[in-house]
Ligand binder design. Structure first.
Ligand code: SF4
Ligand code: SF4
Ligand code: SF4
Ligand code: FES
Length: 573
């Protein structure tokens, strides 16, 4: 058992365990200490010193996020000296920070703005600090960098290297010229960035944000020659109740948002979960073929996360043959909507503008892949993040009480519970197991809840018994966590058959397009909502979804299914 030690914070005796930092002890005791560079779960860098506390015995100011608590120590978290020091740090940061809060995408969620308010800063005390070089990098299809706003906290650098194993950005130059940059490259687009966007979620200020497609969408909505068809990813739907800041179900929030969108001129609204069911039908077929016919190598990787696809193509190109050939669900849906638009929507495909609302910034990079075109048209024309959708609704002054509820357009409006769990880490795997079992045995799984692949752990492994065949599966979130598995495959040591990889923490519910300030509690709550939605669904297996059955029976043949629902990767022949 770990011995409890004691220290004093703000005259109050508190317990701690050896190894805990002063910040952690204070947090446990319910005392607030501000942070900027610190991130839970990462080694503190001690770069900003906003978290200083006063050591009562020595009068020294120490950085609480990195300083270990000591037995008998006495600290104050809010003494006049502490407040003065923090105020000075904030004033120095503001002295060379652009004063464009009114137009900054992070306004309202910016830590520097919050701290300025908290410390009563109502004027810029130090004018004309060493001005940072204004570098605006918009070359990446997913992430925009505005380096004049960067406060050099280093959070993006840490996440990119430690969590994602990519290291696309790092500190460069020294002293006043220090900046965060994509190595020796001029722009993020030239280096190894995989567009996961997790650096955006880590950035405490507005230095990083998504490449916006909002204007493209508004232009299409007001264009009389265009019809706009919009679809929602499952993880966005689980987040919709947060927009209304009310206790409201996913279903009710979705109906409100569909109603609001129709009110501003969106012509069709579809559910991407139906396409998630189609993905499962195609992916489970492919897995069973790889297992039984051995026509392609094992293990098979899921392919619905575009940042993961970028990662494999960039760092492990010889492993692209392990990727399922299935397009991601919103791309399947886009391809189907355009292919069937004349028949089912009475609209010419060239007049349709397909928008995907995604929890993701990598999906923006996906829209530009030449492999994701059919009949000379991109499958999807624009991607709005959940954040962008919320800001679009704000822009149009949507008022909850005045919205007329509305429902998804038909056909393809039904989704099974399996299609709804795509947003949580392990969801694609669980959905695929439900259908693969049926394809192998011809019987339905008695219990569809496959709990070993659920939960927010970064790596989960399990063995599924499918009619006597032991199928070894792994579920990973965070790209850095898949590296050992990839190395095992490279050296022929892997015994895995099927691997789900999602780049973002907890899967798409923690995607980089989700509302800022998504924390562990919100991730847990969105994940819980996801499984509740599945549990409450009448149909919980993708292959039983009547819309999916109708698609194959009435609307596409085998050749069209191959063309519209599957893709190739860089280097494929
Ligand atoms: S988008 Fe992802 S890979 Fe690119 S710089 Fe940010 S964290 Fe790194
Ligand atoms: S870009 Fe953002 S996260 Fe990265 S160092 Fe600058 S302020 Fe910190
Ligand atoms: S995990 Fe989901 S949100 Fe994150 S990059 Fe992949 S597809 Fe996008
Ligand atoms: S938060 Fe502790 S040094 Fe930055």
């Amino acid at each position: 058992m770990k011995t409890k030690l004691k220290m004093t914070i703000n005259n109050k005796e508190v317990d701690f365990i050896k190894g805990e930092t002063i910040y952690q002890v204070a947090k446990k005791a319910g005392l607030f200490i501000p942070t900027l560079c610190y991130m839970e779960g990462y080694k503190p860098s001690g770069a900003c010193r906003i978290c200083v506390v006063e050591d009562v015995k020595t009068g020294r100011l120490i950085a609480s996020c990195s300083y270990p608590a000591e037995s008998g120590m006495e600290v104050r978290t809010d003494s006049p000296q502490v407040r003065m020091s923090r105020k000075k740090i904030i004033e120095l940061l503001l002295s060379n920070h652009p004063q464009d809060c009114l137009t900054c995408t992070k306004s309202g969620s910016c830590l520097l703005q919050d701290l300025s308010k908290q410390y009563g800063i109502d004027e810029i005390a130090f004018q004309g600090g060493a001005k940072k070089k204004a570098v605006i990098d918009k070359a990446s299809p997913s992430v925009e960098r505005d380096m004049a706003k960067c406060i050099l906290c280093g959070r993006c650098v840490t996440v990119c290297s430690e969590k994602q194993g990519v290291s696309a950005i790092d500190f460069s130059h020294r002293g006043f010229s220090t900046q965060v940059a994509p190595g020796s490259f001029k722009s993020l687009a030239e280096g190894n960035c995989v567009s996961c966007g997790q650096c955006i979620m880590a950035c405490p200020v507005g230095a990083l944000h998504e490449i916006s497609h909002k204007k493209l969408v508004i232009d299409a909505i007001i264009n009389p020659n265009k019809k706009v068809a919009l679809q929602f990813a499952p993880a966005c739907q689980m987040t919709f109740p947060e927009y209304f800041k009310k206790s409201i179900s996913v279903d009710d929030a979705t109906k409100k948002i569909i109603g609001a969108l129709r009110g501003i001129g969106v012509d069709f609204v579809f559910d991407t979960c139906t396409a998630a069911d189609i993905t499962i039908v195609e992916e489970a077929k492919e897995l069973v073929e790889r297992l039984t016919k051995k026509n392609k190598p094992l293990p098979m990787f899921t392919s619905c996360c575009p940042a993961w696809i970028n990662f494999i193509e960039t760092f492990y190109p010889k492993h692209t043959k392990h990727l399922s050939s299935c397009k991601s669900p919103h791309m399947m849906k886009g391809a189907l909507i355009k292919h069937l638009s004349e028949k089912l929507l009475k609209t010419k495909a060239k007049d349709l503008f397909v928008v995907s609302v995604m929890p993701c910034v990598a999906k923006k990079s996906e829209t530009g892949r030449p492999q994701l075109e059919n009949e000379g048209m991109a499958n999807v024309d624009a991607v709005l993040t959940t954040r962008e959708l919320f800001s679009l609704l704000d822009e149009f002054g949507i008022q909850y009480e005045k919205i007329q509820d509305s429902d998804y357009d038909r056909p393809f409006a039904n989704a099974s519970g399996a299609g709804k769990i795509f947003g949580a880490t392990g969801g694609v795997m669980e959905a695929a197991i439900r259908t693969a079992y049926y394809y192998v045995t011809g019987k339905e799984l008695d219990n569809v809840d496959y709990k070993p692949v659920r939960g927010m752990s970064e790596i989960k492994r399990a063995t599924v018994d499918i009619a006597g065949t032991q199928v070894n599966v792994a579920v990973v979130n965070g790209l850095g966590n898949v590296v050992d598995i990839l190395e095992d495959i490279s050296s022929g040591k892997s015994d895995l058959h099927f691997i789900e990889v999602m780049s973002c923490p907890s899967g798409c519910v923690g995607g980089a397009g989700q509302p800022y300030n998504t924390d562990a509690e919100l991730l847990k709550s969105r994940t819980k909502t996801t499984y509740k939605e599945d549990e409450n669904s009448k149909i919980r297996r993708s292959h039983q979804n009547p819309d999916v059955i109708e698609l194959y029976d009435k609307h596409i043949n085998e050749h069209e299914a191959h063309d519209l629902l599957h893709t190739r990767y860089k280097g494929d022949k």
